[in-house]
Design a protein around this ligand. Structure first.
Ligand SMILES: *[C@@H]1O[C@H](CO)[C@@H](O)[C@H](O)[C@H]1NC(C)=O
Ligand SMILES: *[C@@H]1O[C@H](CO)[C@@H](O)[C@H](O)[C@H]1NC(C)=O
Ligand SMILES: *[C@@H]1O[C@H](CO)[C@@H](O)[C@H](O)[C@H]1NC(C)=O
Length: 516
């Protein structure tokens, strides 16, 4: 009996396990995983009525530290920060969080032992991990490949008889997609994004540089999308959505890596005359078709040009956004776009840190600022209609590659081939504070922070299936600890707690009674 109790206590599926910290050049630490060990938060369920669970990550100490408590009848005395939720004001339903199955991700995971690979996949996808459910799949090569390529590099093959998936799909993408599907409790939603059409379909005959799709290739390229969806489906990786082109505006410059130039008018006309009808004829209208897949500075004009045309509008479901211009363009443009086209969803489909850093700092092991930048951006985006947030590479090497164009960046998981370990960066926990605790279907609700506390940011969500449970994610960017009161329903029920300096806290709260 005692043994049974002990066994129950150490079951890893229900209990959180501790981070094994290591410090490098960053101001915080990474958690080290190897064949034998990896920290997992465990299964964390909505707490019983009248109680809450706090999950804390901080620069100096915590990684998913868990604390249970009962809700209070009064606000904390002298609380510095008061967060007020309004359950009556509900906004968009969330679709999910995740990362991208790039070639680089697969190449790096394969450098680990099988046991380590399993820890990594569990960390991202299992109910004991951070439960990613919405992932991007580059259609053929991106810059995070070891070569530029497409699914049909036979010049002039307009009937696509030589179309085929590549070694990269079979070795670096599909095996990990399959493992993720097996591990995930939530349905794994996959969306494809092309970086470049086959080079022979383009004006400049190259994957990179400056140039768009040749006019006579509009139909073959639409057929190429259909073949991609069919091929992935045939391999047991059904596709949920598509973006029409990764970063279409980069193709007007002499770009270093795979791209394709598209004006908004060009996208509008291609979708309405060719891509939309071709997907429909193939029985693929149910796929979530997203346009833009580029920065905020193209809002609202670029998607608006496409959506103002009723014929192209009918084929488009959402607008995909990247974060690389967010320092220059505020989130108000997202609200503006939403108010123009209320039936189209917004989704952040690619972001990463280190892309504009000095050569030696593309990867910074243990950097807290990058974790904070993820959390601040996610909170800002979901409070302006984004239905989720998809990170870029799920695993990179110690330099932030491989990348055939040497465009190295950072990632939530960094693999150290020399020591056969992988490191969970602070960014990994930052993603997890959202991805694990906000389920698909949960709705954003209104939340406000007492004035004078701009360094505290909040996003709050009502659980889809219940009227009483919510998740609140808070970010403290300040150097001081804060005493926080969350006023759960505007009166009568409160969660009082302390937020460490430089920390992220997810609060799962279940009210004693239904809010009215
Ligand atoms: C918190 O409560 C849950 C049950 O709601 C329990 O499974 C878990 O072990 C508790 N965790 C801590 C740290 O007390
Ligand atoms: C496609 O690729 C797979 C795996 O490399 C190979 O087995 C198959 O024969 C190829 N098909 C064609 C039509 O080239
Ligand atoms: C495009 O890629 C080729 C390699 O395929 C490279 O030699 C060339 O420099 C790239 N172009 C630009 C503008 O970087």
């Amino acid at each position: 009996m005692l043994l049974l109790l002990l066994l129950l206590l150490i079951t890893p599926s229900t209990l959180a396990s501790e981070c094994v910290p290591r410090t490098f050049q960053g101001d915080s630490f990474v958690c080290v995983c190897n064949s034998d060990y990896c920290d997992l938060p465990g299964v964390i369920k909505v707490p019983a009525a009248g109680s809450h669970t706090l999950i804390t990550t901080s620069r100096d100490e915590h990684r998913f530290s868990i604390q249970n408590g009962s809700n209070d009848a009064l606000p904390g005395e002298g609380s510095s920060v008061v967060v007020t939720l309004n359950h009556q004001e509900r906004f968009q339903a969330m679709m999910g969080f995740g990362g991208a199955f790039t070639d680089a991700t697969g190449i790096n995971i394969l450098k680990l032992t099988e046991e380590s690979q399993e820890w990594l996949m569990k960390s991202y996808f299992s109910p004991e991990g951070i439960e990613y459910n919405l992932c991007r799949v580059p259609m053929a090569g991106s810059d995070f490949s070891t070569r530029p390529y497409s699914y049909d590099d036979v010049e002039g093959d307009v009937d696509l008889v030589h179309f085929n998936l590549t070694t990269e799909d079979y070795k670096y993408k599909l095996p990990f997609i399959h493992r993720a599907q097996e591990l995930a409790e939530r349905e794994l939603l996959l969306f494809g994004s092309p970086w470049s059409p086959p080079a022979w379909m383009k004006e400049n005959g190259m994957f990179n540089g400056s140039g768009g799709l040749l006019n006579e290739m509009w139909q073959p390229y639409a057929d190429y999308f259909v073949k991609f969806v069919q091929a992935y489906s045939a391999e047991g990786a059904p596709i949920w959505g598509l973006t029409t082109q990764n970063e279409p505006l980069t193709g007007f410059q002499d770009w270093r890596w795979n791209t394709c130039a598209w004006t908004a008018e060009g996208q509008r006309d291609w979708i309405k005359t060719t891509l939309g009808p071709t997907l429909q004829a193939a029985g693929m209208r149910h796929l979530q078709l997203m346009v833009l897949d580029h920065n905020r500075d193209a809002l609202p004009w670029y998607p608006a040009t496409i959506l103002e045309d009723p014929e192209s509008n009918q084929f488009v479901d959402g607008v995909a956004i990247h974060w690389y211009d967010d320092d220059n363009t505020g989130p108000e443009v997202m609200s503006e776009l939403h108010s123009l086209f209320e039936d189209k969803f917004l989704l952040y489909t690619e972001s990463c840190d280190g892309w504009d850093a000095a050569p030696g700092e593309r990867v910074i092991l243990g950097d807290w600022y990058r974790a904070e930048s993820y959390a601040a951006n996610i909170i800002d985006d979901v409070n302006h209609w984004s239905t989720g947030w998809v990170d870029w590479n799920m695993a990179l090497d110690i330099d932030g590659g491989p990348n055939w164009a040497y465009n190295f960046v950072d990632s939530p998981i960094i693999i150290d081939e020399k020591s056969s370990e992988f490191y969970k960066q602070p960014m990994f926990y930052s993603m997890g504070h959202f991805s694990k605790f906000i389920a698909p279907g949960d709705r954003l609700i209104s939340s406000t922070v007492s004035s004078g506390y701009e360094h505290v940011r909040v996003a709050a969500f009502q659980h889809g299936s219940t009227d009483t449970a919510s998740t609140i994610v808070l970010l403290n960017m300040g150097e001081d600890m804060e005493t926080v009161t969350v006023d759960v329903r505007g009166s009568q029920e409160f969660v009082n707690f302390v937020m460490p300096a430089k920390s992220i806290v997810s609060v799962l709260v279940n009210m004693a009674a239904t809010a009215h």
